[in-house]
Design a protein around this ligand. Structure first.
Ligand code: ATP
Ligand code: MG
Length: 311
């Protein structure tokens, strides 16, 4: 799986886990097996495609994705046309006294977040406003998306009649997440939590899609993760509305009705995926990414950040 092991030593924190893209730390001194109250989530510049971490990374990616997450957390928490959505961020000023050791270390400023360690729900809360990816693959086979029947005659990239909540079971480390029915999510987390996850996800998607639209962007689909805090409240966690967890398209290109690739001119790592699909047979280790692919991907991430936030 090409896991990266060269994680940083960070003062005040102990490394506990690395996903394909992010590294997790807990406060130093947290004894093994005990639950920390806080975690440090560090976004690296690593980029993955087809379940492999590629090299080189995309310079600045960790900072851009963290900046985007923070921007969205802030807007959603502030109300922004709906209720306040609580999130897992712990503001600096809360970390006083001994806990001040758990601030963001200088080495990772700009690409790290201190978050409350939550009891995570085992469900990836996917919302799709448009038909593409695994949804499009299923629709072609059976006319449904995650078992939900859709009108006939839709093509890749079409807008769905209304946004669909299509949960996935969060597979344990390394395994593939598995699309599940809403009924299955009820079995996994109970009827009340399942309903709350669905309502929150659809509301956040609608608000974010409206914000994106004002900036000439389509939020085609996205994935949220939630956890419960010590008080038992469901809280928005993980990264949010980044190009690693979402598909963003250029609205003008989409309306122009060109080829699927033109319509879905994407702001994520599609450039990387396309290059890799054309230059690798998926056997053995993937080849190194050429400079121009790295630069174009980097420019695309920077453009998304600029268009959404103005930064
Ligand atoms: P992949 O490499 O496929 O992304 P991954 O999802 O395990 O694998 P990351 O996304 O980097 O890797 O890891 C972040 C992990 O931290 C996820 O398991 C996520 O559910 C978890 N997480 C995010 N926010 C919190 C939180 N506030 N409290 C506890 N766990 C969290
Ligand atoms: Mg993840």
């Amino acid at each position: 799986m090409g896991r990266v092991t060269d994680t940083l030593e960070l003062p005040g924190w102990s490394h506990v886990y690395s996903g394909k893209v992010r590294d997790l730390y807990v406060p130093q001194g947290t004894s093994e097996g005990s639950r920390p109250t806080r975690m440090l989530v560090v976004a690296s510049d690593r980029v993955s495609a087809f379940d492999h971490v590629l090299s080189p990374g995309i310079p600045g990616k960790g900072t851009i994705l963290t900046t985007l997450s923070l921007w969205w957390f802030d807007r959603l928490a502030g109300g922004d046309g709906g209720r306040r959505i609580p999130n897992h961020l712990i503001p600096d000023h809360v970390l006083v006294g001994d806990a001040a050791l758990e601030l963001i270390p200088e080495e990772v400023t700009g690409r790290a977040m201190v978050v409350a360690a939550l009891d995570m729900q085992p469900i990836e809360c996917v919302v799709r406003g448009y038909l593409t990816g695994s949804g499009w693959a299923e629709y072609r086979e059976s006319g449904t998306v995650c078992g939900i029947p859709l009108p006939a005659g839709l093509v890749d990239g079409d807008r769905l009649p209304e946004p669909l909540y299509t949960p996935a079971f969060k597979a344990p480390q390394g395994a593939h997440d598995e699309n599940i029915s809403y009924e299955r999510s009820v079995e996994l987390v109970g009827a009340d939590t399942a309903a709350e996850l669905r309502e929150l996800s659809l509301e956040i998607y609608r608000r974010a899609a409206a914000t994106a639209e004002q900036r000439g962007l389509i939020l085609a689909d996205t994935k949220f993760e939630f956890g419960r805090n010590a008080a038992g409240t469901l809280v928005l966690a993980d990264e949010v509305l980044t190009p690693d967890s979402s598909r963003y398209w250029d609205a003008a290109a989409w309306r122009s009705g060109g080829t699927p690739a033109e319509r879905m001119a994407s702001f994520d790592k599609q450039i990387v995926r396309d290059w890799l699909a054309a230059h690798w047979d998926r056997q053995g280790e993937p080849p190194a990414l050429p400079d121009d692919i790295v630069q174009r991907t980097q420019a695309r991430y920077a453009e998304l950040l600029q268009r959404l936030t103005g930064y």
